[in-house]
Design a binder for this molecule. Structure first.
Ligand SMILES: [Zn+2]
Length: 462
């Protein structure tokens, strides 16, 4: 769609001469696409010739026949987990802490306590600046914190680095005692009051950082806490995220404790809605999928993290079934303690995992993988405003170069992005209308200084 006027209109930035990436449509591929950006928004989309005759801008970015893509998302990172990078590497003996979806009895108390820690903002911010820099350089423009401590430092680092982030308190009031029995450990009222205070101070409808409120796991929340989180989500108009339906053993453990399925409790507490992002969902059965589909839930899938941690969730084939049911899926890494994942790694992990699990090479299409990696709206609390190259969308845009030797073959934008692109191909990254990376380098950040400070902070923690 373009605006037709006789005199050119002013805008801030024109990106031209590229394939516009749209996984939902399959137009005749053309390298003649362009967009115009004014302030934080995309104001026009069309051919290079039309955009350049109808708009004038002080800044023109030539995509050189590559791909102009909506920004990518990492919809699931425990950002304070990067502090664990302070630990020296030793070759592991036996299974890791989170292996196999982990033992519910051990992991729920651990995570509940981890997300309730107090961390000095400067500590978290200094370690997270290089992590955000690495995400941005690989084309990630949106990141969702799935439960961390040190929120104030995370907000600070996201604003300093120029990445869109959704962050907020992660709550739990029930976990296992020493005998392995799930009991109420803390009152939900003060937890909800503290979350409300944080959201009051931090939720904004503008800017890069938006609020969310999340739950550690369905098993770790009383009915009152689930209902309270749902009400706060409504009151502040922010997403509500919950780890749920992770593995078969975690779902069984939930039924043992509450006598009902996680889906039944989530539905009865008012948690399932269009603002809900159910995280993981490796073990959804037909009743769960029907409930998610009817209530408009978005599901977050973490192919790379699940595979690397040996969750063995793809055997249930829940993700292909939920795509079939029309449930929006948004891709995350859930791999914060050990690496900064790129969107290309996450998409290829999803493709490999589901095709292998189902045993066909059409179990997940390239278009579906790209849609999962760019579908950031609900997850970052900006539903309908990010994730597509359309007029009125917030300008989170990535230019991917396809001239490299590894792009041998048809330069159709779908295989170029889903199969061939590498982080070094990311030439330009625009977040909220601001050019953060240009020609592969940060415009306003010294990435080596940011890395040195982060490394020094980690070293001081050893
Ligand atoms: Zn998680």
């Amino acid at each position: 769609m373009t605006t037709t006027t006789s005199t050119p209109q002013p805008c801030d930035t024109i990106v031209f001469n590229g394939h516009l990436l749209d996984p939902h449509a399959s137009p005749e591929p053309s390298a003649d696409g362009a967009i115009a950006i004014s302030g934080a928004e995309i104001v026009a989309v069309g051919t290079s010739q039309a955009i350049r005759s109808e708009w004038i801008a002080p800044k023109h970015i030539d995509a050189r026949g590559g791909v102009i893509s909506p920004g990518f998302i990492d919809a699931h990172v425990h950002l304070s987990g990067y502090l664990a990078a302070a630990a020296r590497y030793v070759e592991p003996v036996g299974e890791g802490l989170f292996s196999g979806g982990s033992n519910v009895r051990e992991i729920v108390p651990f995570v509940a306590e981890m997300t309730a820690m107090t961390l000095p903002p400067e500590l978290t911010a200094t370690v997270l600046r290089p992590a955000f820099a690495a995400m941005l350089k690989s084309g990630i423009t949106s990141v969702v914190d799935a439960g961390s401590s040190g929120h104030d430092g995370i907000v600070q680092a996201a604003n300093e680095m120029g990445i869109r982030a959704a962050i907020g308190p992660s709550l739990a009031d029930s976990w296992h005692d020493d005998d392995g029995v799930v009991i109420r450990q803390v009152e939900s009222g003060p937890l909800l009051d503290a979350a409300e205070a944080w959201l009051t101070d931090n939720v904004s409808t503008e800017g890069l950082v938006s609020g969310l409120i999340s739950a550690v796991e369905t098993i770790a929340c009383s009915d009152e806490l689930l209902a309270g989180i749902a009400q706060l989500g409504e009151a502040f108009d922010v997403p509500i995220h919950i780890h749920s339906h992770i593995t078969e053993p975690s779902d069984r453990a939930h039924i043992d404790v509450y006598g009902r399925t996680a889906t039944a409790r989530l539905r009865d507490s008012g948690f399932l809605s269009q603002r809900c992002v159910a995280m993981h969902v490796g073990n959804a059965k037909k009743a769960d999928i029907d409930a998610f589909s009817e209530t408009g839930v978005t599901v977050n899938h973490n192919a790379l993290g699940n595979a690397m941690l040996g969750f063995a969730t793809s055997q249930h084939q829940a993700i292909p079934a939920m795509i079939e049911a029309g449930i929006p899926i948004v891709l995350g890494s859930d791999f914060a303690p050990s690496m900064v994942a790129t969107p290309f790694e996450s998409m290829r992990a999803a493709l490999a995992m589901h095709r292998e699990a189902v045993g066909t090479d059409n179990a997940l299409s390239l278009e579906q993988a790209i849609a999962m990696a760019t579908n950031s709206g609900v997850a970052v609390g900006r539903p309908g405003r990010v994730g597509r190259l359309e007029v009125g969308q917030l300008a989170d845009v990535v230019v991917i170069d396809t001239a490299g030797i590894h792009h041998l073959g048809d330069r159709h934008p779908i295989p170029s992005v889903a199969l061939r692109a590498r982080p070094n191909d990311v030439r330009t990254v625009i977040v909220n209308g601001d050019i953060v990376v240009e020609d592969g380098d940060f415009t306003a950040i010294d990435e080596y200084e940011v890395l040195e400070s982060g490394q020094a902070m980690l070293a001081s923690m050893r």
